[in-house]
Design a protein around this ligand. Structure first.
Ligand code: ADP
Length: 724
């Protein structure tokens, strides 16, 4: 029955498109606006990133330079104090540290509590590219044999060996002394002569008491000697060392000897220097620290210079002189990591005392500053804290300085060399200036990177969820609408089809009785029927046909009343037994015609009692049921009409031995215009409204019609009418 022609499908296709189109448009617009949202958020983040980076670069540049300069000044003041106490004036910038300088040291120490200024390497240094000059002085870690050893003549060499033989092998001081005197007579080179005289001194003091020997050793000018022994050690320090060795523990270092030691070390630092200081510590009187220059100060000065030396050595190794420029360099050293600021001055610094005056012609001189990593970190931390610039929660700030990246985490820049490459939101250059005396500037970069994209797109993500939900809901609504419309569409089509079938069935049903009535009446009119019996039979047939016709019309009129809602029922007490009997009598000619046996089975329970109902309507319903049963029964079969009931209800039923109805159609047969089977090959008469009328009438009596039937097993229709 489902009409499924291409035309119908196409017409519904358009309806479907119209229903779904708004949802489609909504989805596309939604996606587009979400994409715009995302781009906008990105754009926003980039603008903010660039602004923050610029702001940060500016304030970091200022603050960092200030912090580093503060450190340099404090460091300088600290060492200047030591140098002054020790009676040295080796450095170009030395001026007596006054109270203001001390205050600046205190202030710096207070604002940098974690950093021990005394343990830091001296910050102001100088290096030259030829490697023969530095401040502090870099000494060879393995002593080099002196030049004078190669300049000796064969005769001088023989005498030198003779002296050594006599002194150390045969232990004959007199012979040794004689050999040295002979050696000196040959006018050897300066270095050799100094060594010979030093040996002579040792031999002379050898026989004395330790105290006396120490006093004699200390009372010489050896400490200022530039010369090296044949083993490559400075003669001056060696003399001091010998003198110290002769003194007992904690005897106190004589002032003259102490001054000589300081000079000897300052003049020519060597691998002997730390041992000399250690020996000084052994001899030093404890508790003398406050009364003038002490070994403690000497050691502090040495340590800070020596750690700077180590850094300079590492710097030379990690960055060969051809890469030196006016720039910042990171140096990995045993004491940690250090930032060096180099400044090319091209000329030798003005140095008042120096072991060797360097040749300035072909050498570049680099004054440089050493900043320990801890100091740089702290300076950055303070710089960021002072700047008080808030970094957006999704971003991370990074500072690139001297080719190394530091990440700003929890308001602190931390060294983090293997940070993954993340999208850059914005970056800005900055520069450190006024670190050294010149106007040299050192560039760095501040970068804001996207560290947490989820956080950045959080709001947009929420929009996506909301939009997704809306789109999903409207899609569901549209689909539901589509389904309903589709069902209504096909239902309407089906109904139209049934209606047009109804019209053709009605015409067909009307034509048959009218044609036979006309034939009968014409035969009678022409007087062709002579016998009275035959005439009577013809009249009987005429009556029957007109009754069938009026039954049909009655049904159609009733149906139209039901459809319009104007069907009225009048309830009066009636005898259902009599009603059933009358109806069966009325229908008998009909069943006789089809040679179907019709009988009535009454059960006394419902017979004869008055029952409140519309008897005419009920009779019509019963007629419809009997008519159906007779129509569908094969000739010679049996149709039973029954009346029974109980206290609660009365039942009127009609049973036949016809073809039966499959269970899946038990509901459909009560629908209007519904007729089983194909419209073209329909054997039985009918117009498809009989059972609809029955159902309406029974329901008006607040009852229900049931059907019990199966293919090949006949049917039984029952009208169940409640008594109340
Ligand atoms: P119709 O005018 O076609 O009889 P109805 O509404 O009375 O219209 O019946 C609807 C359909 O139910 C019929 O087309 C027929 O196929 C089926 N039907 C009704 N009564 C019987 C019955 N007693 N035996 C078999 N089929 C029946």
């Amino acid at each position: 029955m489902q009409p499924n022609t291409p035309f119908h499908s196409r017409s519904f296709l358009w309806q479907g498109i119209l229903i779904l189109l708004p949802v489609g448009v909504l989805t596309v617009l939604g996606l587009y606006s979400l994409r715009q949202d995302r781009l906008l958020a990105e754009q926003d983040a980039k603008e903010r990133g660039a602004a923050t980076a610029t702001q940060m670069a500016q304030s970091v540049a200022h603050e960092l330079a200030q912090q580093l300069t503060g450190y340099r000044n404090a460091n300088f003041a600290w060492h200047a104090k030591l140098v002054q106490d020790l009676g040295l004036a080796l450095r170009p910038r030395v001026s007596s540290p006054d109270d203001a300088a001390w205050q600046s040291i205190r202030a710096w120490e207070q604002s940098n509590p974690g950093i021990d200024l005394g343990a830091m390497p001296v910050s102001d240094c100088v290096l030259n590219t030829r490697g023969d000059f530095s401040m502090p002085q870099i000494y060879p870690l393995t002593p080099q044999p002196p030049d004078w050893l190669l300049e000796l003549s064969p005769e001088q060499r023989r005498l030198w060996q003779q002296q050594e033989q006599a002194e150390f092998v045969s232990n004959n001081p007199a012979a040794a002394q004689a050999a040295i005197t002979n050696f000196l007579a040959t006018k050897p080179p300066d270095g050799a002569r100094a060594n010979a005289e030093f040996d002579l001194l040792l031999l002379k003091t050898h026989r004395l008491q330790p105290a006396e020997a120490a006093a004699q050793l200390a009372d010489t000018f050896w400490s200022k000697s530039d010369q090296l022994t044949d083993a490559g050690l400075p003669v001056g320090q060696l003399v001091c060392y010998r003198a110290l060795q002769l003194l007992p523990d904690h005897a106190g270092v004589p002032d003259k000897l102490f001054a000589d030691i300081v000079w000897a070390i300052a003049y020519r630092a060597s691998i002997l220097s730390p041992r000399l200081i250690a020996e000084g510590e052994r001899v030093a009187q404890p508790g003398r620290a406050d009364a003038g220059p002490s070994v403690v100060e000497l050691k502090a000065w040495w340590d800070s210079d020596d750690s700077a030396r180590a850094i300079l050595r590492d710097f030379q190794q990690q960055h060969p002189p051809n890469t030196w420029t006016n720039a910042l360099f990171w140096v990995e050293s045993t004491g940690g990591r250090f930032l060096l600021a180099l400044d090319n001055q091209h000329h030798a610094p003005d140095i008042t005392v120096s072991p060797r005056h360097p040749d300035t012609s072909s050498t570049n001189y680099y004054p440089l500053l050493i900043f320990p990593e801890a100091v740089v970190d702290k300076a950055l931390e303070d710089a960021v804290a002072k700047a008080d610039i808030s970094v957006p929660p999704y971003a991370l700030a990074r500072l690139e300085i001297a080719g190394r990246e530091l990440a700003l985490l929890r308001n602190q820049f931390l060294m983090d060399s293997n940070v993954p490459a993340l999208p850059v939101l914005g970056e800005a250059p900055g520069s450190l200036s006024n670190l050294l005396l010149t106007t040299n500037v050192y560039p760095f970069r501040v970068r804001l990177i996207l560290a947490d994209s989820q956080l950045l797109y959080a709001r947009q993500h929420q929009h996506t969820l909301l939009f997704g939900a809306i789109i999903l809901a409207s899609t569901f609504a549209a689909l539901a609408g589509l389904m309903t419309a589709r069902r209504a569409f096909y239902r309407q089509q089906e109904l139209n089809e049934m209606k047009s079938n109804f019209v053709s069935s009605v015409s067909h049903e009307l034509r048959a009785p009218i044609a036979s009535m006309r034939l009968l009446a014409e035969s009678l009119e022409r007087g062709k029927i002579g016998s009275e019996v035959k005439q009577k039979e013809y009249f009987g047939l005429l009556v029957q046909e007109s009754r069938r016709l009026s039954m049909l019309i009655e049904n159609i009129l009733d149906f139209s009343r039901i459809e319009r809602g104007s069907k009225k029922y009048e309830f009066e007490p009636a005898d259902l037994g009599a009603l059933a009997e009358d109806t069966v009598r009325l229908m008998r000619p009909c069943s006789d015609e089809r040679r179907v046996e019709l009988d009535l089975r009454k059960n006394g329970a419902a017979d004869g009692e008055p029952f409140a109902c519309d008897s005419l309507a009920l009779q019509q319903a019963l007629i419809n049921l009997i008519d159906n049963a007779v129509k569908h029964s094969p000739p010679g079969s049996h149709v039973a009409v029954g009346l029974d009931g109980d206290v609660a209800e009365v039942r009127l039923w009609v049973e036949d031995g016809g073809p039966g109805i499959p269970p899946e159609e038990h509901v459909k047969i009560f629908e209007r215009f519904y007729r089983r089977g194909s419209e073209l090959r329909r054997e039985t008469q009918g117009i498809g409204i009989g059972l609809t009328i029955v159902k309406h009438i029974v329901e008006a009596h607040r009852g229900r019609v049931t059907v019990r039937s199966a293919p090949g097993q006949g049917s039984r229709f029952t009208m169940e009418l409640p008594r109340k």
